[in-house]
Design a protein around this ligand. Structure first.
Ligand SMILES: *Cc1c(COP(=O)(O)O)cnc(C)c1O
Length: 356
């Protein structure tokens, strides 16, 4: 027992400091991401807050991509208001904007590999190199890409975070988060904080995520292939005004996505119905194979209409500012037969056209 209390990676003595099932998950995800080590926590948000709180102190500065996951934006707002950490949002598609935003007190650059719902992909190697030169730690949320499409540490990232609730778990039956570190020292520093916060992962949840990892290499390529087919067909449909998917050649991030991602462009796409709000409601009410549900990365196809659900409190004007069209539909493509999925989408598009 004395040796167990010696250090965080000694024998297991108490589950908040470490557990063998959780450690098995951490080792597996560290391997997948090519990192020196990983830490699992209770959710993706737990991974994001643990990382930021461990790296930052009052007076520090963060440069953040301007269209991050809503929960991440909430944490960054909190850091600014409550903890005296200044945050500069940047259009990370423009590396010069990122360079201009970095100050002497900048500690963290926060990016996502594939941004929701626009499908933006940035020039990660260039941005990470720029950050490293300035002594800034690059943190990348790799939830949408998974380590199958992109291993950000190989492109210069220092910390990778995941919502394991999505693709790593893969079945919408577990909540969890992972942090993967390029160097062991950062892992140790963050581990001290996670033991304090107590936001650790339950061992059974870890077991479920390890179960999910066993099929990651089968699920993700199929989801990407189906998303590509659906995106191409949607782009040619009369009820659809625009499709946002980095696998389409006319997507603004297509060039960066081709360089950064391998094996596919992700399993999530979004499209705008020409019929706006009413058409959006009609579409999600009409799907039969797909489920109307939040979250993503499930083996089942999930659809969302942000303007009538997650973003319903915003006025038409604020929606437009947030880049969310009233007829925007997000699809997280599952592993069903792609022709079955297209048949379902096609009949729901007909219902949407009737409400135009
Ligand atoms: C869902 C999600 C999160 C938050 O993860 P939770 O497991 O729900 O806490 C963070 N980042 C991205 C990109 C996500 O999709």
């Amino acid at each position: 027992m004395a040796s167990a209390f010696e250090g965080p990676d000694g024998p297991f003595v108490y589950a908040r400091y470490g557990n063998p099932t959780v450690r098995a998950l951490e080792n597996a995800v560290a391997d997948l991401e090519g990192g020196a080590g990983a830490l699992a926590v209770g959710s993706g948000m737990g991974a994001i807050t643990s990382t930021l709180w461990a790296l930052l102190r009052p007076g520090d500065h963060v440069v953040a991509q301007n269209c991050l996951y809503g929960g991440t934006q909430g944490v960054l707002g909190d850091l600014r208001e409550r903890w005296g950490v200044d945050v500069t949002p940047v259009a990370a598609g423009d590396p010069e904007q990122v360079r201009a935003a970095i100050r002497p007190n900048t500690r963290v650059l926060f990016l996502e590999t594939i941004v929701n719902p626009t499908g933006e992909v940035v020039d990660l190697p260039r941005l990470a190199a720029m950050a490293r030169e300035a002594g800034v730690t690059t943190v990348v949320d790799n939830t949408f890409a998974t380590p199958l499409l992109c291993r950000p540490i190989e492109h210069g990232a220092d910390v990778v975070v995941h919502s394991a609730t999505k693709y790593l778990g893969g079945h919408s039956d577990v909540i969890g988060g992972l942090m993967v570190f390029a160097d062991a020292a950062t892992r140790l520093a963050v581990q001290e904080r996670t033991a304090e916060f107590g936001a650790v992962l339950d061992p059974f949840a870890a077991w479920l995520i390890v179960r999910g990892l066993q099929t990651l290499g089968v699920r993700v390529p199929r989801q990407c292939a189906s998303a590509q087919v659906l995106a191409e067909r949607l782009a040619g449909h009369s009820a659809v005004a625009a499709v946002h998917y980095p696998g389409l050649p006319d997507h603004p991030g297509h060039g960066d996505a081709r360089r950064l991602l391998s094996g596919g462009f992700g399993g999530v796409l979004s499209f705008e119905l020409a019929g706006g709000l009413r058409a959006g409601r009609a579409f999600v009410g009409a799907v039969r194979l797909a489920s109307l549900a939040p979250s993503l990365g499930d083996v089942k196809t999930l659809v969302m209409h942000p303007a009538s659900t997650s973003h319903r409190q915003l006025s038409a004007e604020r929606l437009a500012q947030a880049g969310i069209a009233e007829g925007l539909i997000r699809v997280s493509v599952g592993i069903e037969d792609v022709e079955d999925l297209w048949a379902d989408i096609e009949q729901a598009l007909k219902a949407a056209e009737r409400h135009h």
